[in-house]
Design a protein around this ligand. Structure first.
Ligand SMILES: C[S@@+](CC[C@H](N)C(=O)[O-])C[C@H]1O[C@@H](n2cnc3c(N)ncnc32)[C@H](O)[C@@H]1O
Length: 499
């Protein structure tokens, strides 16, 4: 086993950055590596050093909250060290677009896929960049919409539509009316009942339109009675009249500033990232055999529920979430009613399906790099590294190397899941285990692949069953990994600093 200690990271000290929220840092600690020596050394470099929250919020990265974002430094180093200079990067769970933003900065072509419509909008707008003229137009339009909302407030116009009991409970009445005017000013929908004041802006579809919807999205929780994005409780908030409107204008200015910094850093002709709303198990838009690096942080088993998390935003941005409701992988709402073994198996099957499709997109020397942390289903741990490797193996990917670093677990109710084995985040790298045909997609005969897949499936299924059964048989206070190959103990991967 290789082991590296912490190193300083390449923190960007650009002083033009707006200095907004601080949150949890990316904890430095020893990085433990295993596998191919050269790759392991790269992975160690990628994960080492302090990655503070300030560097995670540089330019467009810090604009809009998103659960479980990848640290931009990890994305940037992974692209530098694992993707050839003119290569193509694919993130099938692109979320807020961290990998796409960093791919553009590194001059790589990139694809982003996500089933969450909010993620797709965020990733597309954040990774796009803008010209000075577009940014001036953004500021001017935000100003017009704010003026329109302010005029409606002063003239005591009512709401343009009926709001759900949820919204009535979530916002103070005057805040709800201001948000309603901002949304109406932005939506371009004619509404006689609204009693429009003159000078209602018309925002043509395009970058400014999409960016301003994100600006509206970014203030929703801040002006609500919810103390935070994931909070389920309400607290009284005393917001002055006009506050929500002023915040909208301020956030538009902040966004423009962030996009300007990002755009200035782009290399000339940096290829635009292509972002598509799709299930990660359906990557038809990406050409077979074309991808040099699949770089992604998949959902953690049983940890998040993106539909629940973004319900408010889906509602206000008019986004359809039915596909996401059905197809979200790892969602707490899907797994919490299952027995532990069934939940782990479900997650494993879903991730295997994603990797099976991703594999067909890989170029001959392409790599898959997944960043994933150990999680908890119910009150039992899910050790992600052996699970990802098992999925990879089933999908026809060979494991190359892993780097792991301890991460604290904050939930008291499931704290004991990591009493014996520390919770870790892992960077797992895999590659094609057998050559993929270089023919054009239409000509590819997959029958040989399928037979081989079947054989691997059978072998791995057997091993996984055994490991999962063993884990389930254990009493809850003796956490067990679901490592099908039983090659290592999670403890080996994440010893504390003195190791
Ligand atoms: C850990 S987040 C990725 C965060 C991202 N790396 C970032 O920096 O913002 C996992 C993502 O998987 C997406 N997701 C869940 N199920 C999916 C599916 N079936 N197909 C595509 N995306 C899915 C979620 O919407 C979420 O954006």
């Amino acid at each position: 086993m290789n082991q590296s200690s912490s190193r300083g990271n390449s923190r960007d000290t650009n002083s033009n950055q707006p200095n907004y929220r601080r949150a949890l840092g990316h904890h430095a600690g020893p990085v433990q590596t295993r596998g191919d020596e050269d790759t392991a050394a790269r992975l160690s470099t990628i994960m080492s050093g302090d990655m503070d929250e300030d560097s995670a919020r540089h330019h467009v990265h810090g604009f809009h909250s998103y659960p479980a974002r990848m640290h931009p430094t990890v994305a940037q180093r992974s692209i530098d060290l694992l993707c050839p200079p003119r290569g193509i990067v694919l993130d099938p769970f692109c979320g807020s677009g961290t990998v796409l933003v960093e791919s553009r900065l590194a001059g790589r072509r990139s694809w982003g896929i996500d089933l969450n419509p909010l993620a797709v909008l965020l990733a597309r707008v954040k990774s796009r960049g803008a010209t000075p003229q577009e940014l001036r137009s953004l500021l001017a339009t935000a100003g017009e919409i704010a003026q329109y909302a302010e005029a409606r407030r002063k003239e005591k116009r009512g709401a343009t539509m009926r709001y759900s009991p949820e919204d009535v409970e979530l916002f103070d009445p005057h805040v709800l009316l201001e948000l309603d005017s901002l949304q109406h000013g932005l939506s371009n929908k004619k509404n006689k009942a609204a009693g429009d004041v003159p000078n209602r802006p018309i925002v043509p579809p395009g970058f400014v339109f999409e960016a301003l919807w994100l600006v509206l999205s970014s203030i929703l929780v801040k002006v609500s009675r919810k103390p935070g994005d994931s909070s389920n409780t309400y607290v009284p908030r005393r917001l002055a009249a006009g506050f929500a409107t002023r915040m909208f204008e301020r956030k538009a200015a902040e966004f423009a500033e962030r996009v300007e910094v990002f755009s200035r850093r782009l290399v000339r002709d940096a290829p635009i990232a292509k972002v598509v709303e799709s299930d990660a198990r359906d990557l038809d838009v990406v050409r077979d055999g074309s991808v040099d690096l699949v770089l992604s942080s998949p959902p953690y088993a049983g940890t998040y529920d993106y539909v629940e998390h973004h319900r408010l935003r889906f509602r206000w941005l008019g986004m359809q979430s039915a596909d996401m409701q059905r197809g979200e992988i790892g969602a707490r709402r899907h797994l919490k009613h299952l027995r532990y073994s069934d939940a782990v198996r479900q997650f494993q099957d879903d991730l295997t399906d994603v990797l099976r499709v991703a594999r067909t997109k890989l170029a001959r020397d392409g790599k898959v790099a997944l960043i994933i942390a150990d999680s908890v289903v119910g009150i039992q741990p899910v050790f992600a590294e052996p699970l990802v490797r098992a999925c990879g193996e089933k999908a026809g990917l060979a494991w190359i190397a892993t780097a792991s670093q301890a991460r604290p677990h904050f939930h008291r109710s499931s704290q004991h899941a990591f009493d014996r084995h520390p919770r870790c985040e892992h960077l797992v790298v895999m590659a094609l285990s057998k050559p993929v045909s270089r023919q054009q997609p239409a000509d590819i005969d997959r029958s040989a692949d399928k037979a081989a897949d079947k054989a691997v499936d059978k072998a791995v299924d057997k091993a996984v069953d055994k490991a999962v059964d063993k884990a389930v048989d254990k009493p809850i206070d003796t956490p067990t990994q679901t490592n099908p190959t039983a090659e290592h103990n999670p403890q080996d991967l994440c010893q504390t600093a003195t190791e």
